[in-house]
Design a protein around this ligand. Structure first.
Ligand code: AMP
Ligand code: MG
Length: 345
């Protein structure tokens, strides 16, 4: 692309509209009785009516404006099309009807399948619901969409229907959208009122003052290691356990100074999916933070749907990044030493 993207670019306007619509659909499904229904994919992870409905809407709206662009998304309609899941497909179609009254079940499956797993010079990375387990529990989840050009995330959005708008008033109104354009800063939008505000990471400089955020699911990162890390830096503040890329938004708005994701011992060698980090990472970076893997390497989005060249995630307020990497280097065994995710106390 030969032009600089900004707030008024068609990419940004289209992506905001798509993520807002998908966020509304997910909220509607969550408030409905079918909200807790899910089917299991081949890898045994759950997928819901909201995942499919969200992906159908996102793909349709992006492809309508950008026919040439590739979309790399988490879901496809292969399970949904099976006769055994016809009730789920009918539900997905019912929710999509709220936005596109003429859509048939066939259209819905076709829109979901406008995506592929082909990485090109310019593509959209999409997770229609990141944190499906959080969604099913009624906790946090995010609709994640990013545009990647030549391996670099240039636009990222997170729809967070269940996140409080004001971090200091967690019981009050919920529903935010975070978005960031490379070089233009990061913004939080109140999904109900449309109010916008610029995001800025925390200015904490003393490592012992860090508030850490980590996954709720202990299978997704090594909670015990995170505890040991906290002890090493004398961090006493309670950890914020949050599902999905909402964690990147929480670092971006200064609620936590560190999002740590050390690979879990339950799946050593696990490689992260690009759609689980593309949108979130640019939001933290554009709010003044830094994001690398646990060895300080930049996140890479070029080798496939898996981030083969990265191990774990470290997202910080920037100021503390080097201290955190140094501390991790003291605690993590060197590569090639046969570490399988565990450590010695
Ligand atoms: P979170 O809510 O931050 O724990 O992240 C949810 C994401 O974790 C899901 O979208 C999955 O793609 C991803 N995930 C699944 N299994 C693992 C694993 N063993 N290690 C790290 N992440 C995983
Ligand atoms: Mg995900």
């Amino acid at each position: 692309m030969g032009y600089i993207m900004d707030e008024n670019s068609l990419e940004v306007i289209t992506a905001i509209q798509a993520v807002k619509m998908a966020s509304t659909l997910c909220k509607m499904v969550g408030e409905d009785l079918v909200g807790r229904e899910s089917l299991l994919k081949k890898d045994k992870s759950p997928v819901t009516v909201a995942d499919y409905g969200s992906q159908a809407i996102l793909c349709k709206l992006i492809k309508e404006k950008f026919q040439e662009d590739i979309i790399v998304a988490e879901e496809d309609s292969s399970e949904l099309k099976k006769p055994v899941h016809s009730k789920i497909l009918a539900q997905v179609t019912r929710f999509v009807h709220a936005f596109f009254p003429d859509a048939s079940s066939k259209d819905v499956c076709r829109w979901i399948d406008l995506s592929s797993h082909r990485i090109t010079d310019r593509f959209w990375a999409m997770d229609p619901i990141d944190g499906t387990k959080g969604f099913l529990r009624g906790d946090q989840y995010a609709i994640a969409l990013a545009l990647i050009e030549k391996g670099r995330v240039v636009l990222g959005l997170l729809g967070c229907p269940n996140l409080s708008v004001d971090k200091d008033r967690p019981g009050q109104r919920r529903g935010c959208l975070f978005y960031a354009v490379r070089g233009e800063g990061a913004i939080q939008v109140d999904l109900e009122s449309g109010d916008k505000r610029a995001l800025r990471v925390s200015n904490v400089e003393n490592p012992s003052e860090i508030i850490l955020t980590e996954s709720v699911e202990s299978d997704h990162s090594d909670h015990l290691f995170h505890e040991r890390f906290k002890e090493k830096l004398n961090i006493l503040k309670p950890t914020l356990r949050v599902d999905s890329q909402v964690k990147y938004g929480i670092v971006a708005r200064g609620e936590a100074a560190l999002y740590l994701r050390i690979p879990s011992t339950s799946e050593p060698g696990y490689k992260e999916n690009i759609w689980d980090h593309a949108a979130g990472s640019i939001i933290t970076e554009e709010a003044g933070g830094r994001v690398t893997d646990t060895l300080g390497r930049p996140l890479e989005f070029t080798s496939g749907i898996k981030m083969e060249k990265n191990d774990g995630i470290v997202a910080t307020n920037g100021i503390l990044h080097d201290v955190i990497l140094k501390t991790l280097s003291l605690l993590l065994p060197l590569e090639g030493e046969g570490w399988v995710g565990g450590f010695e106390f």
